[in-house]
Design a protein around this ligand. Structure first.
Ligand SMILES: Nc1ncnc2c1ncn2[C@@H]1O[C@H](COP(=O)(O)OP(=O)(O)OP(=O)(O)O)[C@@H](O)[C@H]1O
Ligand SMILES: [Mg+2]
Length: 373
């Protein structure tokens, strides 16, 4: 295996040379350097794992495409100038919007909503009251739990409730770009969000970005730099909220969850019966269902299903009646049998083993909190 650090340095060098050549209009030289940079990133991707591997492969492909766009002719020069920016993240940050998802759209999770109101929503809506009680504000919140349980949805709902612009970034995207460019991008993200009256920076896949230190020097450097920037910006502006989400909380470096950073960890569990009922009913609202359609039966049969699973289940259950409706040109109602047929072939996406890992981790977090009290 080639040394990751050496490959990263080589990559940085080729990118730098490519950019310098491009700026001077030496497109043939730029093309060659970008191609070498792309090949090096491909090598880095090959020794990476999981989402990080995908993100790096994607980046390698984009750099190779960039090299292909480097033309030597001066006629092409103008065209290239507008096209060849590899990273248009700054533009992306500028397009951030306030989402249109409300807290009431999020099923269940009453305790979670309460904790979030106290920690993130009320300080923004009632700053005077918080001052009066000398309540601490700022810092970030880390949402963790199995996939498809509504972490991203809650993050958007918080932004909507406080009227904040929503800046969403993926940990794996930042990491793939970190070598060379991404310090700049992270900086521009914080700076752009900081300019808004209210903003939320939402970092999905936090574990890819803030992994435990001591294994890979590039990871360590990245974690340190990110935390530094976070400390610098977030603490000073109470209207800039930081939210992280992860399916692998145990992989996150403990420095990231230190007091004043992502210090509050909130577990987003699989939906309980009440939440499942809410979601299924919402999914079937205004859909023709049989008179004896019994939601509770479906609720009972979907114990381990996540919110995302339930979306999929409801959608698939509509397939057969819909096909028949097209064939016969009549209204064909959805029945419990349609759901049963899908349930036979569509198990929950979270396994018992995975769930246990979360529950165990959650117990550790809670017992730590009790000790602190
Ligand atoms: N509590 C919930 N209330 C309502 N809908 C939900 C809830 N949880 C999940 N869903 C549905 O599932 C979809 C996926 O949820 P979301 O993307 O928020 O999950 P996530 O926890 O961020 O998953 P991942 O860990 O894979 O990123 C949502 O768009 C929504 O339709
Ligand atoms: Mg998500």
């Amino acid at each position: 295996m080639e040394d990751l650090e050496l490959l990263n340095n080589t990559f940085e060098l080729y990118m730098k040379k490519g950019k310098e050549a491009k700026e001077k209009g030496k497109y043939a030289l730029a093309k060659r350097n970008f191609l070498l940079a792309g090949e090096t990133m491909m090598k880095i991707a090959k020794i990476s794992q999981g989402k990080l591997k995908e993100a790096r492969l994607d980046r390698a492909r984009r750099i190779v495409e960039l090299s292909e766009r480097m033309e030597t002719s001066t006629q092409e020069k103008k065209k290239n100038e507008g096209q060849c920016e590899e990273d248009d993240d700054v533009k992306k940050w500028q397009q951030a919007e306030i989402p249109n998802i409300h807290f009431d759209d999020v099923a269940g999770l009453d305790d979670v909503k309460k904790a979030i109101k106290i920690r993130m929503i009320n300080p923004v809506l009632y700053p005077d009251k918080y001052k009066l009680y000398n309540k601490k504000t700022g810092g970030g919140v880390l949402l963790y739990g199995p996939p498809g349980t509504g972490k991203t949805m809650i993050a958007k709902a918080i932004a909507c409730e406080v009227g904040a612009k929503f800046y969403a970034v993926k940990g794996s995207d930042i990491v793939s770009k970190w070598v060379g460019e991404s310090e700049k991008n992270i900086n521009s993200l914080f700076a752009e969000a900081n300019k808004q009256d209210r903003a939320i920076i939402f970092i999905d896949e936090m574990d890819s970005l803030l992994g435990k230190r001591g294994v890979d020097t590039h990871n360590d450097k990245r974690v340190n730099e990110f935390l530094q920037q976070m400390d610098g910006f977030a603490g000073r502006n109470p209207n800039l909220l930081l939210l992280g989400a992860t399916n692998r909380p145990w992989d996150i470096d403990s420095a990231a969850t230190r007091s004043g950073r992502f210090s509050q960890k909130i577990y987003i569990p699989l939906p309980d019966a009440k939440a499942r009922k809410f979601m299924i009913e919402k999914n079937m609202k205004n859909v023709p269902v049989a008179k004896d359609f019994d939601v509770d039966k479906i609720v009972d049969a979907t114990e381990m299903y996540s919110g995302a699973d339930l979306d999929e289940l409801c959608d698939r259950a509509k397939d057969e009646p819909l096909l028949k409706a097209i064939e016969t040109d009549k209204i064909v109602e959805v029945t419990n049998k349609d759901f049963d047929n899908v349930l036979k072939v569509f198990p929950p996406s979270v396994t018992l083993k995975e769930l246990k890992q979360f529950e165990d981790y959650n117990k550790d977090v809670e017992s730590l909190l009790k000790k602190k009290k």
